[in-house]
Design a protein around this ligand. Sequence first.
Ligand SMILES: O=P(O)(O)OC[C@H]1O[C@H](OP(=O)(O)OP(=O)(O)O)[C@H](O)[C@@H]1O
Ligand SMILES: O=c1cc[nH]c(=O)[nH]1
Ligand SMILES: [Mg+2]
Length: 212
Amino acid sequence: MTDIPHLTVVNHPLVQHKLTLMREKDTPTAVFRQLLREISQFLAYEVTRNLEMETKRIETPIQPMDAPTLAGRKLALISILRAGNGLLDGMLELIPSARVGFVGLYRDEETLQPVQYYFKVPDALDERMVIAVDPMLATGNSSVAAIDLLKKAGAKNIRFLCLLAAPEGVARMKEAHPDVPIVTASVDSHLNDNGYIVPGLGDAGDRMFGTK
Ligand SMILES: O=P(O)(O)OC[C@H]1O[C@H](OP(=O)(O)OP(=O)(O)O)[C@H](O)[C@@H]1O
Ligand SMILES: O=c1cc[nH]c(=O)[nH]1
Ligand SMILES: [Mg+2]
């Protein structure tokens, strides 16, 4: 059960400005990585907007009060490797107590099907809000596969956070996982014949890590 919409596009001016810088093909690797880290914190703010709260008795220098605090077992952040790590670091700065998991997937360039190579997630996933992160939602094959694996591992309350989405990927996620809200900075125009997001920003992992 969730009370946020299936799709949230964060169109805050600072996010959109930083995203434009990231899209530019000549933006250097170090700047690209730093911008992704910054945007991840705005996206994290949205995706955690209605986290469950409880109150705790504290004393301010003036008087005691019942103050809001995050409730119970909290979050698991799941990075979809490799590019997900570019979102993870900034999010952990905001939510240092989150547990962290990794799903290793790469997209076969011919078939556009995901190939799994790693899976390690925190315990008690069923008691946590699980936020899967990957900068790119293109065909949706990778995110659907990652969320299939997380559900198999027990996750029940899952959200998906990405930087850029294609309409095709959003539709695929809605069909396969209608219970998983998506938070993104943009839904772009379409996918090209190679499965890349148009206009997009190219290959997020390669741009972030300086490969290729
Ligand atoms: O929606 P899809 O069509 O599945 O495409 C999106 C996936 O492709 C990219 O990963 P890639 O396979 O390039 O791996 P990487 O993170 O190691 O670069 C991206 O980070 C997503 O995981
Ligand atoms: O445009 C795209 C599509 C998939 N993966 C990327 O990194 N970029
Ligand atoms: Mg890649």
